[in-house]
Design a protein around this ligand. Structure first.
Ligand SMILES: Nc1ncnc2c1ncn2[C@@H]1O[C@H](COP(=O)(O)OP(=O)(O)OP(=O)(O)O)[C@@H](O)[C@H]1O
Length: 231
């Protein structure tokens, strides 16, 4: 589905990613872990056209998208959920969904969103900025889902959320995966991501230092080997 082949990328004179290779298959969930500053967000940006790789290739279902602008990735079904959630805080929940409704019609968009997150259905007239952090994340996920993506890349969905809310968000991510959406989930805290992932990659100082099946990867081992140490 989506793959990066030996991607090198960075900002100005700084190289952040060094020949990174990562793939996510159709309907697969991949966890991307790594300490602060390892380059996880940079990898997501390179994978979605927001950052042009200096070397290497980015492909979607065999089509080379390297160097294409972000809207080409979006149109091709690649959706990034950024750390700041990417919702419009001053618009209502309904309006946020409406912006994403496109051809399907507002009612269908609202029904789809409320089906995924019943609580959103009860908050339609509230401004998105006044929702709780967890509800905002749900709205961001619902909006992503309305774009009918084939791959969603999620940057730290659990950031700043209470554990019980994190559970809800991860249940929703699991539901997206069951509906056939491929996921790349960036997390600083490994456990949640590993629980829904098929495979895991660990990024450290811009290089992949570990990859394997999630069910064969122990959290202890990850923390001892890679995550407990600064990038
Ligand atoms: N726009 C930018 N310009 C210059 N350097 C940047 C920029 N964005 C990120 N960096 C640098 O690139 C490196 C990797 O950052 P990145 O945000 O990709 O890491 P991360 O693994 O997502 O970290 P975190 O878990 O803390 O969010 C860091 O050293 C950071 O300072």
């Amino acid at each position: 589905m989506l793959s990066l082949h030996e991607v090198t990328a960075g900002y100005g004179g700084t190289t952040v990613l060094h020949e990174v290779t990562l793939t996510v298959g159709a309907g697969e969930v991949v966890a991307l872990l790594g300490p602060n500053g390892a380059g996880k967000t940079t990898l997501l940006r390179a994978a979605t056209g927001l950052l042009r790789p200096r070397a290497g290739r980015v492909e979607l279902a065999g089509t080379d998208l390297t160097g294409r602008p972000p809207h080409v990735f979006t149109r091709a079904g690649v959706c990034l959920l950024p750390e700041g959630r990417g919702i419009f805080p001053s618009l209502t929940v309904r309006e946020n969904l409406m912006v994403q409704a496109r051809g399907r019609g507002l009612d269908a968009a609202v029904t789809t969103a409320a089906d995924l997150f019943p609580i959103l259905g009860t908050r339609l007239r509230q401004t998105a900025g006044s929702l709780s952090g967890g509800e905002q994340q749900m709205l961001a996920l619902a909006r992503a889902y309305l774009t009918e993506p084939s791959v969603v890349l999620v940057d730290e969905a659990s950031l700043g959320l209470a554990p019980i809310v994190v559970d809800t968000i991860y249940e929703a991510l699991g539901e997206l995966a069951r509906r056939g959406v491929s996921l790349v989930v960036v997390e600083q805290y490994a456990q949640k991501a590993l629980a829904i992932a098929d495979r895991v990659y660990v990024l450290r100082r811009g290089s992949i230092v570990h990859t394997g099946r999630a069910d064969e990867t122990s959290t202890d081992e990850l923390y001892r080997g890679y995550l407990g140490i600064p990038a």
